[in-house]
Design a protein around this ligand. Structure first.
Ligand SMILES: [Zn+2]
Length: 146
């Protein structure tokens, strides 16, 4: 494991049990700090905005996007089509959007606290500590929850 990027790739691959690509492109909308998508070939892709400030926030956002890929189905789209801020819509569409956000938040918080609890090295940054611990996260078929 050489760089933080390598560690994020390994962590995402372990949590999702599939290869994941991580990009660091500027978002179409600066408010959209990260997003998850599936490429035309169905490859899981996470984009982390270079504008994300802070280790704690970056760690949480990374896990939140992993959780979306773990929990929800995505249309296969060209990666170059960068999403704008999601349209939350109204009524049913808004409910689904909120449900997916809540599910991703719940799983991200679970992974985060598991990672903190199992961190063995107090000298690491939060992202390094949590991700390194999560490489040992027990994987089962209960949608990421343990
Ligand atoms: Zn989300």
């Amino acid at each position: 494991m050489n760089t933080m990027h390598d560690l994020l790739l390994e962590t995402a691959r372990h949590l999702l049990q599939e290869p994941v690509a991580i990009l660091y492109n500027m978002p179409a909308d600066a408010r959209l700090l990260a997003h998850a998508q599936r490429s035309i070939k169905g490859i899981a892709v996470i984009n982390m905005s270079p504008l994300i400030a802070g280790d704690d926030l970056a760690t949480y956002i990374f896990l939140h996007e992993c959780a979306h890929l773990k929990l929800q189905r995505f249309k296969h789209l060209p990666v170059k089509e960068r999403p704008t801020m999601p349209d939350k819509g109204t009524g049913y569409k808004r409910e689904i959007y909120q449900k997916h956000e809540n599910e991703a938040d719940t799983l991200a918080r679970h992974w985060l606290s598991w990672g903190r609890l199992h961190n063995k090295d107090g000298s690491l940054s939060q992202m390094e500590a949590v991700c390194t611990a999560l490489l040992e996260y027990p994987i089962d078929d209960t949608k990421g929850m343990k």
